[in-house]
Design a protein around this ligand. Sequence first.
Ligand code: PMP
Length: 396
Amino acid sequence: MKELSKVASQVQASTTLAVDALAKQMKADGLDVIGFGTGEPDFDTPENIKEAAIKAIRSGETKYTPAAGLVPLRKAAAQRLKADCGVDYAENQIVIASGAKHNIFAALMALINPGDEVIVPAPYWVTYTEAIKMAGGVPVVVYADEKAGFKITAAQLEKAVTDKTKLFILNNPSNPTGMLYNREELRSLADVCVRHDLYIISDEIYYRLVYDNGEFVSVAALGEAVKERTIIVNGVSKSYAMTGWRIGFTASSKEIATVMANYLSHSTSAPSTISQYAALEALNGPQDTVDHMRDVFQERRDYIVGRVNAMEGVSCLSPEGAFYIMLNISKLKGKTLGGRVINNGDDFSLAFLEKGLVAAVSCVGFGAPDFVRFTYATSMENIKEGMDRLEKFLKS
Ligand code: PMP
């Protein structure tokens, strides 16, 4: 048999989904597993959004839409970006896709030529490096350690630039670290991108989940020279508890938007029409549920950070956004826990799942081997029980 695609064969399975699959299997086998795995709000999609989808079905909105998405939805996305981030886009600069992940993939396909380098700060969301490879690019990872608040500096970015660099991927607030770049930090990173003529994919999917009244700044709001080279990625999954509806969007130059839309027109034709009507209500409708969910996440963050830092052997920073903590397990290296010698996050997360019955994601695949990611997008009851189990496991 002839070999499979070289490009596709290099792609790794999603580690976050793998841990989740194992945890689900253990649950199906009757074990009482608590999941801190997938980054998915535990809230139900708000009622007004569900109703909008039902209404769309009943009124026959069940046909294809334009490849770039419904015009009213593109307008609604542009209005949200204007209201929330202070950036101006026309509707023909917005592209709707089947989830922000799909938007990222389409953006990479629109920008990358074989061998182009893409700079990705670590710890990173696993999809970036794999999607870059799928698009024929070469990921170049720049490490930010915990002492630097998991943020890279302009000097680090500059050092990673070569004559092959095409693009810089910024994720703000970040999955997995929860860290938020402030205006000055963004300005210095953006200056490097402008100076070296790099595109920026700015994944801002967690922008509504910023705590302690922190200020979210979109890198595209830092002036025309930055905006014209930036592709903002956003969507409804995280802000409106709509992960299963699969709607995301990008805002970019019209030229990039057109290339993306053409590409999407031959891969999905268009995103689900019903989900687009639901997303339209999410973006245009009342926003109080978003604020409520953010406040609840903040309470949970405070609790989980407090519990972790009161334990021996582990610690974590207090994240400013998103819904993840990075459990630092470096002090446990070389020790035996749950019958396994702990050398990295993989060993810890496997031992903790098998013996502690808690699913958390090793950050080996995120470029941070001494860390394990816990999401707090799960109920307070689960968080309390999970932390009790962690305490017990660490004493085992
Ligand atoms: N970007 C980041 C940083 C994410 O964490 C996720 C979801 N895990 C996405 C994009 C994808 O979101 P969607 O469900 O809209 O595809």
